[in-house]
Design a protein around this ligand. Structure first.
Ligand code: C2O
Ligand code: CU
Length: 491
């Protein structure tokens, strides 16, 4: 009798021993209909001072709301742009592709400003279902202007508008894109370029300046929305700056049929760059590379953006053949020349570990093997806590089988070392850093831009699967919610 009971109790007990913890894991992976980002993360103070509960007490009165973190609210704008986003059918390589436009095209218009100007963009959602926003990738905007749905604002519903204002304080190549359901909206083309030229135009040696947005629509590689090559008219002896923007999810390789110079990376000028031969430049997802192309006497230079598309700079009708693809990559760790800085990056106030692994479990209730950060799955991910003014070190360690282009909003990372080998070239400032499988990087940033900032993988399919964390400054709170009435979903 007792034995018979044991016969069914034992398996039942064993099943429960497996199912109950699984159920708990499943339950923990679900996202409530409305959630503050401050409740999502697990506070991580790294090696620095742990500060009071008030930093996390967003229900209290204390603290600064993200909405108060703005630039010069009374200063008149120098550059004013109206942008309207729509869901639209695009025509790519003669085929219809469902996507998005900004002012009727994808990519949208390139915004040009001078360093120091105040840029004001009136953004209207014409017809993007589920709402849209604009994020200024690589620009250290004030937090209220960061465009992250559910963190710094609500998604802009159809028929509604939001005005972005920021001072373009650094010259360089940047881009804008929606940060609502980005894995669909960015991939569908809700994006465009932003070019900030140096104050007083310090580049008289350049005779031309062109943007080349590399984007793949439904499997078709394009430059500036067109399948095929981009032709840039220029005369022999001209020097043209080609601003390559990689808006895809994977690394974009660049190479040319003659020496070209990598003048800037992610909006930061390289110190004393040398002409490149026989190597590829790898542009991380979200990253930008400014190439200086000198038009040869032969009439035209050819820069490959991957195997399938090219920028041809020179006389019309000259068609240089595709150069063969180099087998090695430019190592940015040793490119250009070091520059003495007044800021000492070697004594951080706080150090964080950002270890990426793959782990079985549940994300949003779905079983699978998911991206984990410091051993945790979305949404139990670290919330990196900092105080304003700190020098912050991050150790990225990619123990997964795929590349992760790491993007911290609102800040620039300075690379100190890769696999413990110190950087020896130009200061390497980046906002989109490819961390390859098995690689680790030591980077620092100065925490001088208070707010709640996403710190995520810019392979947007990885982000959608939970490869996102946040950086939170002490005392900053948000009135916005993930989910909620506006269905905010930044990934
Ligand atoms: Cu280019 Cu979080 O974005
Ligand atoms: Cu990734």
């Amino acid at each position: 009798m007792a034995e018979a009971r044991l016969r069914w109790l034992l398996p039942l007990g064993l099943s429960l021993a497996v199912l109950v913890p699984l159920g708990v894991l499943w339950q923990r992976s679900l996202i409530p209909g409305s959630l503050s980002v401050l409740d999502m993360g697990v506070p991580d103070f790294g090696t620095g001072t742990v500060f009071g509960a008030s930093a996390h007490d967003h229900h209290g009165e204390a603290g600064t709301s993200v909405t108060d973190l703005v630039d010069a609210p009374n200063r008149p704008a120098d550059v004013t742009v109206d942008l309207r986003a729509d869901a639209a059918q695009l025509e790519i390589a003669g085929r219809p592709v469902q996507g998005f436009t900004v002012n009727g095209t994808s990519p949208g218009p390139t915004i040009r400003a001078q360093q120091g100007q105040l840029v004001e963009v009136r953004f209207t959602n014409g017809s993007v279902p589920g709402g849209a926003t604009l994020h200024w990738h690589g620009v250290d905007v004030p937090n209220a202007m960061d465009g992250v749905a559910g963190v710094t604002q609500d998604a802009v519903d159809v028929g509604h508008s939001f005005t972005y204002r920021f001072v373009a304080s650094r010259a360089g190549t940047y881009w804008y894109h929606s940060h609502q359901v980005s894995h669909r909206q960015v991939i569908g083309g809700l994006l465009g370029a932003l070019v900030v030229s140096p104050a007083g135009d310090a580049t008289p040696s350049e005779t031309g300046d062109v943007v080349a947005i590399a984007h793949t629509y439904a499997g078709f590689r394009t430059i500036n929305g067109q399948a095929g090559d981009l032709r840039v008219a220029a005369a022999p002896g001209d020097r043209v700056r080609v601003r390559v923007v990689n808006t895809d999810n994977a690394t974009l390789p660049l190479w040319a049929d003659q020496p070209v110079t990598l003048a800037a990376l992610d909006g930061s000028e390289v110190n004393r760059p040398t002409p490149l031969t026989g190597v590829m430049v790898g542009v991380a997802a979200g990253g930008r590379a400014d190439l200086l192309v000198d038009v040869p006497a032969a009439g035209a230079a050819r820069v490959q953006l991957s195997k399938s598309t090219a920028v041809i700079v020179g006389a019309d009708g000259v068609e240089p053949p595709p150069p063969s693809q180099p087998s090695s990559w430019l190592d940015l760790l040793s490119y250009g020349s070091p520059l003495a800085t007044t800021l000492d990056p070697t004594r951080p106030d706080r150090s964080f570990s950002y270890r990426m692994t793959q782990q079985p479990g549940f994300v949003r209730g779905r079983p699978g093997v998911w991206w984990a950060i410091n051993g945790q799955l979305y949404p139990q991910l670290p919330m990196f806590m900092v105080r304003q003014g700190e020098l912050v070190a991050v150790h990225f360690d990619n123990q997964t089988t795929e590349t992760h282009p790491m993007h911290l909003h609102g800040h620039h990372l300075l690379v100190l070392a890769r696999n413990h080998q110190p950087a020896s070239g130009s200061p390497w400032w980046t906002d989109s850093l490819d961390v390859l499988p098995g690689e680790n990087y030591d980077v620092v940033f100065w925490a001088t831009n208070p707010g709640l900032w996403m710190d995520h993988c810019h392979n947007l399919d990885h982000a959608k699967d939970g490869m996102i964390t946040h950086l939170a400054y002490e005392g900053v709170t948000t009135p916005f919610r993930l989910g909620g009435d506006h269905l905010n979903e930044p990934e």
